[in-house]
Design a binder for this molecule. Structure first.
Ligand SMILES: NC(=O)c1ccc[n+]([C@@H]2O[C@H](COP(=O)([O-])OP(=O)(O)OC[C@H]3O[C@@H](n4cnc5c(N)ncnc54)[C@H](OP(=O)(O)O)[C@@H]3O)[C@@H](O)[C@H]2O)c1
Length: 345
């Protein structure tokens, strides 16, 4: 096997030396993970592309729930080519393409993945789509089907609908047979949300969301709210729920975890559930595999169309993450890590 770095001991990676924003993180040479040191459950991959996630901005800022010891290589999601597998890994061989989630380390040329946190990439799916598929679509399906019990014919309201998880949720919601209303702060994102298949779009940032839905003529009663935003938006969206509605809490891009009034929960018999998808992958690997079979079937049928907002080189990740933190994109940003020409693996 020849590799992109003949010495084999180092690789290019984005390195965070201290937490906080603005951040002086830089692409530099760091030690490369070695096949001989793989755990039994692990897989070594050559990274082809890495998906940017809002959670990266929290991790780099030092406020994410899962802390990294400094210095660290950020990045939680990638598409890579298998280079070596641990002794306990079955059914995966060198050369196959996989997508998946890592605790950190996706913004690098090589990465180590856990066998329960990856899936084989469908043949027809390009690297950039695969790098941004695993977290948004895995989260959306778990949040809507398992946690939100979204049923055919119900109405789903998605807060943060133009984000990566939001656009995935619009498509997954449609695949589950729901009517989907997408909400974004920005009218300029209407096209992206409607193109994802939403039945309606509402530009809204503050005030009475129920009235905004009525004024937009999309009705005021919804069955499930998928909340990626938090802050005041959560209570405003909860008021849109009808009898036995479900509020699924996924994230807080507003920067605020909301406080909610229990009397509102009581009078409408509302369920409020959290969805933190990461732990499910290792706690319920069989269910995770089944979920990806469903998602890949939908992908092959053309019902899921990952939206790539931009692709950047490794050197462009830091700037793109700053933009992403401000909500600048509609869809997923992906870092591509091409293998230098003339080099084979
Ligand atoms: N629980 C889980 O398992 C899980 C998994 C994945 C992600 N998440 C969380 O889900 C959230 C969304 O993730 P994502 O990858 O979809 O993020 P993203 O692609 O960056 O999209 C986030 C969206 O939030 C909206 N937003 C509303 N208020 C905002 C504000 N004050 N600042 C920035 N954006 C704001 C933006 O939409 P508009 O500008 O259009 O309003 C933006 O498109 C994040 O909090 C992430 O950590 C949770």
């Amino acid at each position: 096997m020849t590799t992109a770095n003949p010495s084999g001991n180092t690789m290019r990676a984005l390195l965070v030396r201290e937490t906080g924003w603005p951040n002086g993180m830089q692409v530099t040479e760091v030690p490369r993970p070695q096949a001989q040191a793989l755990d039994a459950d692990s897989v070594l991959v050559r990274v082809r592309a890495a998906g940017l996630n809002f959670a990266d901005t929290l991790s780099i800022g030092g406020s994410y729930q899962e802390k990294q010891a400094l210095p660290f290589v950020p990045g939680a999601e990638l598409c890579g080519q298998v280079v070596a597998v641990g002794a306990g890994v079955q059914g995966l061989t060198a050369g196959e393409r996989v997508m998946g989630q890592v605790g950190a380390g996706a913004y690098a040329e090589w990465a180590v993945m856990h066998q329960h946190r990856l899936a084989r990439v469908p043949t027809a799916m390009p690297d950039d789509e695969a790098a941004g598929f695993y977290i948004p679509y895995g989260t959306a399906l778990c949040a809507l089907r398992e946690r939100g019990r979204l049923a055919p014919g119900e109405t789903l309201l998605v807060l943060g609908a133009a984000g990566a998880v939001g656009l995935a949720a619009v498509q997954v919601g449609k695949a589950l047979g729901a009517r989907v209303i997408g909400v974004s702060r920005s009218e300029s994102k209407r096209g992206a949300v409607m193109q994802a298949g939403a039945d309606a779009f509402v530009a809204w940032s503050a005030g009475d969301l129920k009235r905004a839905l009525q004024q937009a003529d999309v009705g005021a009663g919804v069955d499930v709210v998928l909340d990626m935003v938090g802050g005041d938006a959560t209570a405003a969206a909860m008021r849109c729920l009808q009898f036995e509605g479900r509020l699924v809490v996924v994230g807080f891009t507003s920067g605020q975890a909301p406080t909610l009034r229990a009397n509102h929960i009581l009078v409408k018999n509302i369920d409020i559930v959290g969805c933190y998808w990461g732990p499910y992958q290792q706690l319920r690997p069989a269910q995770t595999r089944q979920s990806f079979q469903t998602l890949f079937d939908w992908y092959r049928q053309g019902r899921l169309n990952p939206a790539i907002a931009d692709t950047v080189p490794l050197e462009g990740v830091a700037h793109a993450l700053e933009q992403l933190a401000c909500g600048a994109y509609a869809g997923k940003v992906v870092a591509t890590l091409p293998i230098p020409s003339g080099v084979t693996e």
